[in-house]
Design a protein around this ligand. Structure first.
Ligand SMILES: [Zn+2]
Length: 257
């Protein structure tokens, strides 16, 4: 019997996504598309109005074995809205499906790396804004508050962005690289020097005081962070400025260059 089943595996190509979907009774509304530009991972898009979903896969998953295709289909059909009680079950189910899919991907001869391969060269571009040069702001805050010890790439966010953030990445050589993005909102002549320094100081503190885990939750702005942040000379002026001036800037769209 063993020989026969092995033989049939050789004779019949693995079922396609469409065949696997048509065998199920719970996923008539799922379609699968290959996106050749998808370098790693896979995605699901949903059209809430028609309650259909589209699973988008990179080309190297198009010929995956049936078991992996089934995992992908099940992953794409995981419920979005779920009671608190079922949240843990759902999370476990999702992570077990993802583990199986990733272990297949990593077994491929030219396995794409899990996680991003960060290329710092892409972010060492122009840091000059309408008034402030982020490189200069970073260097002066670094010298005044961090003994010049921090290193990071800095960039402006989109002209209409309202959020600044810090990311830690690993480059191809395995080095940790910090990237600070300052919201486009701050790229405006009406933004005072203390405000750009304060937001930079906040993002730099994320390098000096990295997030840690406590009770399986990530603590990003913990007590230590808040205390260090409040020591910044212009901290309170900045908080007041943000509260009073930012809504005004947003409303007048002054930040859109
Ligand atoms: Zn923060």
């Amino acid at each position: 019997m063993e020989t026969v089943s092995q033989l049939s595996l050789l004779l019949y190509p693995p079922a396609t996504f469409d065949e696997l979907i048509s065998r199920r009774h719970d996923c008539a509304a799922l379609s699968v598309a290959v996106n050749t530009r998808l370098r790693r991972g896979w995605q699901v898009r949903s059209q809430p109005l028609s309650s259909t979903r589209q699973l988008i896969i990179p080309s190297y998953l198009a010929d995956a074995p049936e078991e992996i295709k089934t995992c992908l289909i099940e992953w794409a059909l995981l419920p979005y809205r779920i009671s608190r009680l079922h949240k843990a079950v759902l999370r476990e189910r999702r992570s077990s499906l993802e583990k199986r899919i990733w272990s297949y991907i990593q077994s491929l001869p030219h396995a794409p790396r899990r996680g991003s391969r960060f290329n710092p060269a892409r972010f060492s571009g122009d840091t000059a804004g309408s008034v402030y040069d982020l490189r200069e702001v970073f260097d002066s805050v670094n010298a005044a508050w961090f003994e010049g010890k921090l290193a990071a790439l800095v960039r402006w966010g989109d002209a209409s962005s309202k959020t600044s953030y810090h990311m830690a990445k690993t480059d191809a050589a395995g080095n940790k690289v910090h990237l600070i993005t300052i919201a486009g909102l701050y790229n405006h002549p009406r933004v005072p020097r203390f405000a750009i320094e304060a937001i930079m100081h906040h993002e730099m503190l994320h390098i000096a005081i990295p997030p840690y885990r406590k009770n399986s939750r990530a603590v990003i702005h913990g007590k230590e962070f808040r205390e260090a942040e409040a020591k910044f000379t212009w901290f309170h002026e900045w908080r007041v400025w943000e509260r009073e001036q930012v809504p005004f800037l947003l409303k007048r769209r002054w930040f859109k260059r």
